[in-house]
Design a protein around this ligand. Structure first.
Ligand code: NAD
Length: 513
């Protein structure tokens, strides 16, 4: 049954036996090695993609540069109309694409659909934005002068994305970049290449139907080496990179070295503070979904629970009993709560983390382990685990991309919990569970959480596209999606116009010839 469902989805998404990347319409010049994509759900081969060579990359860049020259001249609301049509196509393809996301990446079907919904939402947002790329006007200190600022299209945007959000992150970037008049070259994760081909196929239809230059949307496939071509390329003014802190550190330095801009969305180490005034039912649901959703492979996954000592045992018992109810298995079967990890390498890292937490002095509360047997043939299914630990442990300081939750105890006031929450290198998402107004407001104040996302009475994971998304410190500092995140996709220009007679210099400086 699963096989038929997937076959139908692949057909709807125009996925062939061997797929190619490159710019839309130019589907005939991928000359690299073949990349095979296996599903973590059942371990089966889904399809093959021809990767890009450096020569292919050059052709893509030519096509992108050519497209930019034309695309920037199209009025922004007209570019918005293109994005509106893309959103419509996504609505039609939501089921098929959602299924492919679930099957190739391993997240639950609901989350697969959710990712496509996020793409649709950001398209809607971008359509409105296409009439609101506002600059400011300001009063000049000189008589007969007018001053204003405006935003111009930037150029080619390079997008490097991670496996865990194989389609939404691309759309967060492209939908905004396109209304801003930029063209995009996408290097998706080598672990989810078919999701990328599917997105590119959908966008290709829009480009064709509107007779637009094909280089607006380009796809290059391969591993980090093809990513390096992007980061080193002076023709690319903005690199938007989502992935590990390890990757971001390299990318940031390379791009800064050539004075490019980078938008970095890197790893998290997200915590929920549970105070004596917390609603325990809400806490347990928020924490369990946050820790085991997407099998702990969200950048916003809850990795640490910082619990007040007075309620520690109560929370601990409730968590252990909630974990007993978790069903692990095929994520396309909606009865299951937890699907597989992306691959066996991720399973290894999970095993290592569990060993390390014990070696560093922690205590396992809910046993982990890899699952074998019927339904677990891919070797990627693991049991969500809970360990009692200390924030200072090296493994707790580190982001393990798997369902391992650390329980940390605090005593005294909420300030102590906030200090623990902030005492990690990453700064993506954070939350507090409390009905105490003072605690909640302190947590959100300048002396509170140091993360890019701080929530009250909801967990750390899951975000809406309307807000700016991203984090501080080793999370990279970038902001994507809603609010004014669009500004990074444009270049700002300040204009002064003299409509008077004679030359007046600023600061009253006199200069006579
Ligand atoms: P990864 O860093 O291994 O790979 C991400 C992408 O970077 C891939 O496309 C990869 O090919 C590319 N890449 C790797 N090294 C590169 C280099 N030197 N130059 C250019 N490109 C390079 O990450 P992953 O395992 O795919 O994803 C998981 C990580 O992503 C986690 O750390 C997670 O927290 C993070 N993430 C962050 C966000 C966010 O918004 N902050 C969102 C999703 C994922």
């Amino acid at each position: 049954e699963l096989e038929t469902t997937i076959k139908e989805a692949l057909k709807e998404l125009n996925i062939k036996d061997i797929n190619e990347g490159t710019s839309t319409g130019l589907n005939n010049f991928s000359n690299g090695e073949i990349l095979e994509s296996y599903s973590p759900v059942d371990g089966k081969l889904i399809g093959k993609v021809k990767t890009s060579t450096p020569a292919d990359y050059e052709k893509v860049m030519e096509s992108a540069n050519e497209a930019f020259k034309q695309f920037r001249l199209i009025p922004a609301p007209k570019r918005g109309e293109m994005v509106r049509q893309f959103g419509e196509k996504l609505r039609k393809n939501k089921e098929a694409l959602g299924k492919l996301v679930s099957y190739e990446m391993g997240k639950s079907l609901q989350e697969g659909y959710g990712e496509v919904q996020e793409m649709i939402d950001i398209c809607d947002f971008a359509v409105g934005l296409s009439r609101q790329l506002h600059g400011l006007t300001m009063h000049s200190e000189r008589p007969g002068h007018r001053m204003y600022e405006q935003y111009h299209s930037l150029g080619v945007v390079g997008i490097i994305s991670a496996f865990n959000f194989p389609v939404a992150v691309w759309a967060w970037n492209t939908a905004l970049a396109w209304v801003c008049g930029d063209v995009c070259v996408w290097k998706p994760s080598e672990k989810t290449p078919l999701c990328a081909v599917a997105c590119q196929n959908i966008m290709a239809e829009v480009i064709k139907e509107n007779n637009l230059p094909e280089g607006i949307s380009c796809l290059i496939t391969g591993d980090y080496k093809i990513g390096e071509l992007l980061t080193n390329d002076k023709r690319i003014p903005l690199i938007s990179a989502t992935g590990s802190t390890r990757m971001g550190k390299i990318v940031a330095q390379v791009v800064a070295g050539r004075f490019g801009k980078s938008l970095l969305e890197l790893g998290g180490n997200n915590a929920i503070i549970v105070t004596p005034d917390a609603d325990l039912e809400m806490t347990i649901i928020g924490a369990v979904f946050g820790a085991v959703g997407t099998a702990g492979q969200r950048c916003t996954t809850t990795r640490r629970l910082i619990i007040h000592e007075s309620i520690y045992d109560k929370v601990k018992e409730a968590l252990v009993s909630a974990y007993k109810q978790l069903r692990i298995g095929n994520p396309l079967d909606e009865k299951n709560h937890v699907g597989p990890l992306i691959d066996k390498q991720a399973v290894e890292l999970y095993n290592e983390a569990l060993k390390k937490v014990v070696a560093q002095g922690g205590k396992i509360l809910v046993e982990g382990g890899v699952l074998f047997g019927e339904g677990y043939e891919s070797g990627c299914y693991v049991k969500p685990a809970i360990a009692e630990a200390d924030n200072s442990f090296e493994i707790v300081q580190h982001e393990t991309f798997a369902p391992v939750l650390y329980l940390l105890k605090y005593s005294g006031t909420v300030e102590n919990a906030i200090a623990i929450q902030n005492d990690v290198a990453q700064g993506l998402s954070s939350a507090i569970m409390t009905n105490n107004l003072r605690e909640a407001e302190l947590f959100l104040s300048v002396a509170g959480s140091d993360c890019g996302i701080a929530n009250v009475n909801i967990g750390t994971s899951g975000a809406e596209i309307g807000g700016a998304f991203g984090g501080e410190k080793e999370t990279g500092g970038g902001r994507e999606s809603g609010s004014d995140a669009w500004k990074i996709y444009m270049r700002r220009q300040t204009n002064t116009i003299n409509y008077g007679v004679g030359v007046a210099l600023s600061q009253g400086i006199k200069f006579h010839l």
